[in-house]
Design a protein around this ligand. Structure first.
Ligand code: ACM
Ligand code: ZN
Length: 725
């Protein structure tokens, strides 16, 4: 048995160390990596020894490598030794694997931690699921490494989609494996307040939940259930400690003064023109910005931030500042009086007054106030603030040029809620990109001058979770699918300061890192298979050792792909790949996706919006809008000039990928003569798919069965009509 295990270990060794690709497959790539002669064998009797300062990293290593940990300054042979080396920068390390043992020297515990992370990458992938079997042989090598950016961040939106303590911890664990060291938690937004504030328990007890029974409107597909959750301060302390062991600092964000619909529902007095009876037609005042002129608002926020500053050890406190609907202040006599008194002429100035008041308080707590880039638009925000540039590269440059320490995270490269190819799930308003694009981000090529670069404090990516919630029941985890391997690229860029050439990086990913991510429990996204149709044969290929599958239009089965398919209808086939929990997008030849645009007339029981008439949707290029939310009994009618023959018709309200501004509930009816209708299904997330209709369709009617949708109106989409194949 032992011999068999030994043999397995040797095979693993040959696989890892004998590889021809660069840096031994390590991600992010180390500054220096040198292979040496010889091997070291980690036995069950090998010890991890460490100097006192590095206890945390030594114990962390022992979680993965089940070895005895001893505090000792003696560099005994045959051990894994962790030592502090004050000549190194705090996060720098060296790692030497020699015949006599393994030595990791770190500039501090953080540096030793990254030495440990690199050591894990030299071990068989099973180490990540804590199932490594000893002994293991390691080829000798030397690594010398340090990060380029001190701030290597990721932002997670736990407001729109609630992620519980274990979910966040699992996420932290994997960020640490990619040498990310900041987790910015977006703890409040219009849809939920997620952190307990002891002096204001209502913020979570009420504002932590939305939907039925809550004054906070239901959103994003959770219409008929109370939805939410929050972290108690005790739970957050536990998360903070868990993260600290992994050299990750948790940065809290309360997004103000906009994105505060939730807060305004719990404490309506924070709004402008507050009167106790101010409700909009369906019971929800949808305004989201706090009144700037109310002294009570500052008093309340100071109580909140005092607790947060005590709870979170991070030097940073993020106070938001993005996408504020400043028009609300124009209608407020008090905000207007304040504006006049201070000689202001714009909403941006009022916003900066608010941000400055709050920033001053954050500074008085000994912390750095952090803001989204809009917060500097009026040009008066304190330079003590750190700016998070999300809107564009230009917005990032503007902040650095103005002298702000800046976190660079333009959505076009760093919003991992964007879709990864045109037909995958995700947003597309910033860009559509996969892991390869992130590696191309280069500050100089983006036009940053040397002086501007001096103000770049770090790089961050983010995941806003409006879409996550409607994917919670997917087989693979949507959050992980959207963020890996893009986080691998982020780690490479933020640690190294510069990306890598994709082909080289991809080899490291596929040949080493895919198996690691599988053991980390990550349902990552793989590159889709490449299809070829030639000589009447449809073939698919991959370059990542994944398993290929296909399905056939009109057939529910999923079949392993083993050989080219002989067919004169390649458009009938859809392919994807799988590897453990990892998956690629679905792909088919272009003809599969082709849609037709039969002439249609759209009418409704609800008057159309004057800015977005229904004719927008009739033209198949834009969307129309109603002038109000739907009520039980409202309908939308799509009448085609000629009966439409098709294999599938999609009729939808709301955005096609984002469940809001829709008929929350209802059903769809079809008619082949335009007069008699029969029910063809229930709405799901505001839309219905009519699959394989028996007869050509003359008209479709969507009937709404629920009052309201937590918003002012309903988006009316063009039909999506797929012809017969
Ligand atoms: C943001 O995406 N509104 C920061
Ligand atoms: Zn006001």
């Amino acid at each position: 048995m032992r011999i068999a295990k030994f043999f397995v270990a040797i095979v693993a060794l040959i696989f890892v160390v004998g590889s021809a690709y660069a840096y031994n497959g390590i991600i992010p790539r180390p500054v220096e990596f040198e292979k040496r002669n010889g091997v070291f064998t980690i036995l069950t009797t090998t010890k991890i020894t460490h100097s006192a300062e590095l206890r945390s990293s030594a114990k962390y290593l022992a979680e993965y490598l089940p070895l005895e940990v001893q505090e000792s300054n003696a560099a005994a042979k045959g051990n894994i030794v962790l030592k502090e080396n004050k000549n190194l920068a705090a996060e720098a390390y060296t790692l030497e694997v020699g015949a006599d043992g393994i030595v990791i020297e770190g500039g501090s515990n953080a540096g030793a931690f990254y030495g440990v992370e690199t050591l894990l990458q030299l071990l068989p992938a099973k180490v990540y699921s804590k199932q490594i079997e000893l002994p293991v042989m390691l080829g000798a090598c030397r690594v010398a490494d340090e990060p380029k950016f001190e701030y290597r961040g990721f932002m997670l939106d736990v407001s729109r989609t609630w992620i519980d303590v274990d979910g966040v911890k699992h996420y932290i664990e994997n960020l640490a494996h990619h040498k990310i060291n900041k987790l910015h938690l977006h703890l409040s937004d219009d849809e939920g307040w997620r952190i307990e504030i002891k002096s204001h328990p209502e913020l979570t007890e009420v504002g932590g939940f939305r939907g039925p029974g809550s004054p906070v409107a239901a959103r994003y597909g959770k219409w008929d259930e109370r939805y939410g959750g929050f972290y108690t301060q005790e739970q957050m302390k536990d998360i903070i400690e868990f993260a600290a062991v992994r050299n990750i600092e948790i940065i809290p964000e309360i997004d103000l003064p906009g994105h505060s619909h939730n807060l305004a529902r719990v404490r309506p007095e924070v709004l402008c023109n507050f009167t106790p009876d101010m409700e909009s037609s369906f019971g929800y005042d949808t305004r989201s910005a706090l009144c700037v002129s109310k002294e009570d608002n500052y008093k309340f926020l100071e109580e909140v931030f005092k607790e947060l500053a005590e709870l979170f050890p991070s030097q940073y406190v993020h106070i938001g500042g993005d996408e504020v609907v400043t028009s609300q202040w124009k209608k407020c006599p008090d905000c207007q009086a304040l504006s006049k008194q201070k000689g202001m002429t714009s909403g941006a100035q009022l916003q900066e007054y608010f941000m400055n008041r709050l920033s001053e308080y954050i500074v008085s707590l000994g912390k750095v106030p952090c803001v989204w880039n809009e917060a500097i638009n009026a040009g008066t925000l304190t330079k003590q603030a750190m700016v998070y540039g999300w809107e564009s590269v230009e917005a990032c440059r503007k902040a650095t040029k103005a002298g702000y320490k800046t976190i660079v995270m333009p959505g076009t490269y760093f919003y991992f809620d964007m879709r990864q190819s045109a037909r995958e799930p995700g947003h597309n308003w910033a860009a559509i990109f996969d892991a390869s694009k992130i590696l191309k981000f280069d500050l100089k090529e983006q036009g940053f001058t040397d002086d501007e670069i001096k103000n770049v404090a770090g790089i961050q990516a983010s995941f806003f979770s409006e879409l996550y919630i409607s994917h919670l029941d997917d087989e693979s985890d949507y959050l992980q699918y959207q963020t890996y391997p893009r986080i691998c690229s982020l780690g490479e860029l933020a640690w190294c300061g510069q990306g890598a050439e994709w082909n080289e990086f991809y080899l490291r990913l596929v040949n080493s890192h895919y198996s690691r991510m599988l053991e980390m429990g990550i349902d990552f996204r793989m590159m889709p298979p490449v299809l070829k149709y030639e000589d009447g044969k449809l073939s698919a290929s991959t370059d990542d050792n994944s398993h290929m599958y296909y399905s056939v239009e009109g057939d529910d089965g999923v079949y392993p792909y083993v050989a080219p398919i002989k067919t004169d209808k390649p458009q009938m086939y859809v392919f994807h790949t799988e590897l453990g929990g990892a998956r690629s997008a679905d792909v088919a030849v272009d003809a599969y996706y082709k849609m037709i645009e039969p002439k249609v007339k759209i009418t409704s029981s609800i008057e159309e919006s004057s800015n977005n008439p229904y004719s927008n949707a009739e033209g198949y290029r834009k969307t129309g809008r109603t002038s109000r939310a739907g009520k039980n009994g409202d309908w939308l009618l799509y009448e085609f000039d000629e009966p439409v023959e098709c294999r599938r018709m999609y009729i939808g309200t709301g955005y096609s990928h984002l469940p809001r501004l829709l008929f929350n509930a209802g059903y769809v009816e079809v008619s082949d003569d335009g007069e008699t209708f029969r029910k063809a299904g229930e709405l799901y997330l505001g839309a219905a798919i009519i699959d394989e209709p028996e007869k050509p369709i003359k008209a479709v009617r969507i009937v709404c069965t629920e009052d309201g949708n937590g918003a002012e109106n309903v988006i009316v989409q063009a039909p999506k009509v797929y012809p017969k194949l």
